[in-house]
Design a protein around this ligand. Structure first.
Ligand code: FUL
Length: 448
């Protein structure tokens, strides 16, 4: 509603003068609210942490889970200090070890020395999130290398019961993660064999989703056959310059990393992308690994949030049960750099001249004095769909129009697109639409 009102105010200024109609897929309210979060965190923590592994086989003893100083409030406060709006915890990774005292298996925190088996990391994090105002989500690996029943109907029932327990005892969840990995081999109750399943049928994802939505209908769903958002197709932290929220919900297409990377311009559904990447090389903590540099993290931001995708940044919790100081310092430095960059919108209060008659509509902003600019942020009003296919950014200085200097390709815009360029002092700034599928409605245009 608010967004609508804002649109009406902007109508005579930055938006097209034609009355727009939604064309093509548009987000649901739930998707739109989720897209507005922009950055949120992953926590990978579990038996792998204590055994220096990424993919536990399913036979690592539960007793090895032994954090000396676990503090979920430290996680939450750290994540808030680096601008994260929510956190998704690996309640169960592929090894099958559960971080809550589940009734479905003995392979859980109940049989670990942590709080003498009385601990509950899912509950503790959920509580800390509630206390400090951070959204909460869970990752529950469908693939389970521990369970003897894995591959049979019995396991699917167990998996659904695990979802039910999480829904009954924790929540609300802003996002629920069904990981796509199904490596085949595992311990499986001592069978030590390779088992393959047809993921699109086996896990009965519609039932899984219904269990979640029966209590928390606003939960965004990652993975499976009925997702409300999509994987970007890589774990490097990179969305492409051309990035559509439009997609077709077909299991084949949901596994096609090429299509996942760009979206499908004529796709039938709104399926916005999420970029998941770890602050360190691994998802789980390994003593010899270091966090990414500030420059790498900034690139990740510009290549995710700056390219019409959400950023899910992973923090591997260390053996003591805390986010390590190297990671938190780096992430806070990163957030503060972004805050400084994007505080002062140089277009604030400037009315653009809009020419939307010809083939190439354009928006021209005239500064009161020559102004140095290095970033332009464009946001389509996605309630009318995502339309722009190509655009340009130029500036006027000493009687000439010049293109801004950047390697970035100016193709799609979508929910948010940030163009970073060599700082240029300008008298005017011009955004021109070169190719679009439908009349363009900007939600906001800003410059820094
Ligand atoms: C992948 C998993 O196999 C990794 O271990 C990690 O959890 C990542 C986020 O998803 O599919």
């Amino acid at each position: 509603m608010k967004r609508f009102a804002f649109f009406l105010i902007l109508l005579t200024t930055v938006a097209c003068t034609r009355h727009p109609e939604p064309i093509g897929p548009v987000p649901t309210q739930q998707q739109l609210e989720w897209q507005r979060l922009e950055t949120y965190a992953f926590i990978h923590f579990g038996l792998n942490t204590f055994n220096d592994m990424e993919w536990g086989y399913g036979d690592t003893p539960a007793e090895t889970f032994n954090p000396s100083d676990l503090d979920c409030e430290q996680w939450v406060l750290t994540l808030k200090a680096c601008g994260m709006k929510g956190v998704i915890l690996t309640a169960k990774h592929h090894d099958g070890f559960c971080l809550w005292p589940t009734e479905t298996t003995d392979y859980s925190i109940k049989n670990s020395p942590y709080k003498n088996g009385q601990g509950d990391v899912v509950g503790e994090l959920c509580e800390a999130c509630r206390k400090h105002g951070l959204l909460f989500g869970v990752y529950l690996s469908p693939w389970d290398r521990h369970q003897a029943s894995y591959g049979t109907e019995e396991y699917v029932e167990l998996y659904h019961r695990q979802i039910q327990e999480l829904v009954d005892h924790y929540g609300p969840f802003f996002e629920f993660w069904f990981d796509g990995a199904n490596g085949g081999n595992g311990w499986y109750g001592g069978a030590n064999e390779t088992r393959s399943i047809k993921a699109e049928e086996y896990y009965q994802y519609e039932t899984a989703r219904d269990i979640i939505w029966s209590k928390y209908p606003n939960t965004m769903i990652f993975g499976g056959t009925v997702p409300t958002l999509r994987w970007i197709g890589n774990e490097e932290g990179i969305a492409k310059a051309t990035q559509w929220c439009n997609y077709t919900l077909d299991f084949g297409d949901l596994n096609n990393t090429k299509l996942l990377a760009t979206g499908i311009p004529d796709g039938e559904h709104w399926l916005p992308a999420e970029v998941d990447v770890s602050i360190r090389p691994g998802w789980f903590y390994h003593e010899n690994e270091q966090p990414k540099s500030l420059e790498q993290l900034l690139d990740i931001y510009y290549h995710s949030v700056g390219r019409n995708a959400s950023l899910l940044l992973n923090f591997p919790v260390a053996l003591n049960g805390k986010i390590s100081p190297e990671d938190s310092l780096r992430a806070v430095e990163w957030y503060q750099t972004l805050q400084q960059t994007f505080t002062n919108n140089l277009l604030e209060g400037l009315q653009p001249t809009v020419h939307d008659e010809g083939v190439h509509p354009e928006w021209v902003y005239t500064f009161h004095n020559p102004t140095e600019v290095s970033h332009v942020v464009l946001e389509e009003d996605v309630l009318f769909g995502q339309h722009v296919e190509r655009f340009s950014v130029s500036y006027y200085r000493n009687g000439k129009w010049l293109p801004v200097e950047t390697d970035d390709e100016m193709t799609t815009i979508g929910f948010k697109r940030i163009i970073r360029f060599k700082p240029a002092t300008m008298e005017k700034l011009r955004i021109r639409i070169i190719k679009t599928k439908a009349p363009v409605t900007f939600y906001r245009v800003s410059a820094y």
